[in-house]
Design a protein around this ligand. Structure first.
Ligand code: ZN
Ligand code: ZN
Length: 311
């Protein structure tokens, strides 16, 4: 199958990278919704001074290689996205394969941030051993020889069969490299907008056990992808208007240049999707950023909190 036909076949799947939400008892109609929307728009307007226009894409960057038109808050709501309900209450993490102690620490921090970022319960499922995967879902990368897992098997077969009934999102995490099928060398990760499943790999984030700097770099990469992929699972598409955690990343360099925090428009999508109080959320995010030495994120979330409190 050619890469082009492969892409057409899976057009509903949001690619994260190519090779080379909590008051769940709200009903979704009526006056309560209208009041929520007005409050969200007012809070979003307060954050507008923090919006930074998207920098022009370099030749290797995502937007130079993918035609995308972005998504306003209103466009997002009009898609009736997957989001928390009375039935879909929890984000699940599915470990896939083995993890070193340092890699496990990255997973634990990612689960913590997801809990604070989307203000949802986050639970980890029992790990799945690589030996449980069929031979057709594993390979040695043809040119380099490293082990890889087939993302389409994980997304289309493995995860849907194991998805808990109350899962608003199920994220498989692995330290093994990934590939999405014929014609591709690898992907960093992949999520399905409607199916509520995603998979991503830590394999290309560097060795977090090497030293403190390497750990911090791998941590930021892991946290960025965890928030970004979960955003996809809630129907948020790539942001093209502003510097934002929902910007596409074509390379690890671009991922490093992209920010972790979301822009004001994408923040409104999270608040609305997850029925959450933004001020409580920023208090949690600030605490997380302090505890994990995330200076850029601490600045953004402290500024957001100040603007929301201001009259
Ligand atoms: Zn993406
Ligand atoms: Zn955005």
């Amino acid at each position: 199958m050619s890469p082009a036909s492969f892409r057409r076949r899976f057009r509903r799947i949001a690619w994260w990278a190519a090779a080379a939400c909590f008051a769940l008892a709200h009903c979704r109609c009526g006056s309560a919704q209208a009041v929520d929307l007005a409050a969200i728009r007012t809070a979003g307007a307060k954050l507008q001074p923090l919006a930074a226009a998207k920098r022009p894409a370099g030749p290797s960057d995502w937007l130079a290689n993918h035609r995308e038109s972005g998504q306003t808050f209103d466009h997002y709501r009009a898609t009736d996205p997957n989001r928390p309900t009375r039935q879909l209450t929890t984000i699940y993490i599915q470990p896939l394969g083995a993890f070193s102690a340092a890699e496990q620490k990255l997973l634990d921090r990612a689960a913590e941030l997801l809990r604070v970022f989307y203000r949802l319960p986050v639970k980890s499922l029992e790990p799945i051993a690589l030996a449980e995967l069929p031979a057709r879902a594993r390979r040695k990368q043809p040119s380099v020889g490293n082990e890889q897992i087939l993302t389409t098997y994980v997304l289309n077969e493995l995860l849907p069969a194991r998805r808990p009934r109350d899962a608003v999102a199920l994220l498989a995490l692995t330290a093994v490299d990934l590939w999405p099928g014929e014609g591709w060398n690898f992907v960093f990760g992949q999520g399905a907008l409607r199916e509520r499943v995603g998979v991503y790999s830590l394999a290309r984030y560097g060795d977090p056990a090497e030293d403190d700097a390497a750990y911090q770099l791998a941590l930021r990469r892991t946290l960025k992808v965890a928030c970004h992929e979960t955003g996809h699972m809630l129907g948020i598409v790539h942001c093209t208007a502003s510097e934002c955690g929902m910007n596409g990343s074509n390379t690890i360099d671009e991922l490093d240049r992209n920010q972790l925090g979301f822009c004001p428009a994408c923040e409104q999508k999270v608040w609305w999707a997850c029925h959450l109080d933004p001020r409580q959320r920023y208090a949690g995010l600030i605490e997380f950023a302090r505890a994990n030495q995330l200076a850029d994120e601490l600045r953004l979330w402290e500024a957001s909190s100040r603007l929301l409190i201001a009259k």
